[in-house]
Design a protein around this ligand. Structure first.
Ligand code: SF4
Ligand code: SF4
Length: 381
């Protein structure tokens, strides 16, 4: 048999110690951490903290996964570095505070690197089709090993986001957008050609379906999935979500580029059937979907022909971004959002949100009992 993938069931409401034990068990089923991380290695630990949303929203990796990966790395005599670079719609520092990663790393005494603002090196991508060359953070390019800690979610552009897609997050700042300009599916595969996951541990405790990757519905799945090959792990995770891996474009391209046989995966621990659920695939409102796709095509044309190699999507994203507004017709003036806004950006007398003050944390969106806080193109249902 080929690549081993471990599936472990764990109730999503388990305490940290129980969850940590299950995470460790998943790695033991692969042969143990010592088979993967060697004494003296510098090890990047890459969670999915793409947005300013806590793990309970299913948008980001739970802190217990990061803590357990740090502890296992240290026990192997290696040196962990937790690293992440959130997507450009959010303030990096707000993401690090809301998710709790800053506080966790301080408590564990482990180095944390913001991948959006660190030194980079240019790296050739052997066999790259979308990305022939990439700008990588030096800390990632120089590390000995990488432990990938993705969240299991649907994604409105790539159907699912798991281990392979999580590595797009290592690209610094606006380079993440470049992957969209060059063709997101092939770009994901190309990134995985030069940034290899030595160990993947998927946080599938609370997964997400529907309008992923940020505002979908929470699915109480209760699984940890681990493996040493990102393509194998994503293939099994797709099947757990009830999705044929061949219907996921970046996986299909990965099978071709890596000569990967999806039938040669050995599942250990629980079976796929024991944990499988039918995930709702994301659907954007038609108008928003067409506008977003058009913006990507326009950006691709401008990048290739007019801008001298610069992507303009950050400017366009003002049109497609996450800024909330209050639908006065739906608002019952219950006061919940105004009281909870961390920066006093909501004025309920006028039913307006001050876009200068607003930090797009979307607490108001989550809390509103009447669905009166709306975000362009996104539905919470
Ligand atoms: S939480 Fe919703 S219903 Fe309540 S005041 Fe805010 S917008 Fe209106
Ligand atoms: S208005 Fe809403 S999204 Fe903006 S800062 Fe306040 S709670 Fe967060």
């Amino acid at each position: 048999m080929g690549h081993k993938v471990a599936i472990i069931k764990v109730a999503s409401h388990s305490n940290c110690q129980t969850t940590a034990n299950k995470i460790r068990r998943s790695v033991e089923l692969l042969g143990g951490i010592e088979k993967i991380v060697e004494k003296g290695d510098w090890v990047i630990i890459k969670p999915n903290l793409e947005a300013a949303r806590e793990a309970r929203t299913a948008a980001t990796t739970s802190m217990v996964f990061i803590q357990t990966a740090v502890e296992m790395t240290k026990e192997s005599g290696a040196f962990p570095i937790v690293a992440e670079g959130p997507f450009m719609n959010y303030s990096d520092e707000v993401v690090f505070q809301v998710t709790g990663v800053r506080q966790l790393c301080e408590r564990l005494g482990v180095q944390f690197v913001n991948l959006n603002s660190t030194d980079t090196v240019d790296v050739e991508v052997p066999g790259g089709k979308a990305h022939k060359k990439l700008r990588l953070p030096s800390v990632v390019s120089e590390a000995d090993k990488l432990i990938n800690l993705p969240k299991l979610k649907t994604h409105h552009l790539t159907t699912i986001t798991c281990a392979m897609k999580n590595l797009k997050g290592v690209l610094p700042g606006q380079d993440k957008q470049l992957s969209h300009v060059l063709g997101i599916h092939q770009a994901i595969v190309d990134i995985n050609k030069i940034v290899r996951s030595d160990l993947v541990i998927v946080d599938g405790l609370l997964a997400m379906d529907g309008m992923g990757p940020t505002f979908g519905r929470v699915v109480d799945l209760g699984v940890v999935v681990a493996g040493t090959n990102a393509v194998a792990v994503d293939s099994i995770c797709a099947r757990i979500m009830g999705i044929d891996p061949l219907h996921i474009r970046h996986l299909k391209l990965a099978y071709r580029d890596f000569s990967f046989d999806p039938n040669a995966i050995e599942v250990v621990g629980a079976s796929i059937e024991e944990v499988q659920r039918s995930f709702k695939i994301p659907r954007e409102r038609a108008g928003y979907h067409i506008a977003l796709r058009s913006a990507h095509l326009l950006d691709r044309y401008i990048y290739r022909n007019l801008s001298g190699g610069r992507t303009i999507f950050p400017r366009l994203s003002g049109l497609f971004g996450l800024h909330p507004r209050i639908d006065a017709g739906l608002c019952a003036s219950c006061d919940l959002c105004e009281k909870s806004c961390p920066v006093d950006a909501i004025d309920l007398t006028k039913k307006t949100i001050n876009t200068v003050k607003c930090i797009d944390c979307l607490i108001c969106f989550e809390l509103c009992p009447n669905r009166a806080v709306v975000i362009r193109g996104i539905s919470a249902d």
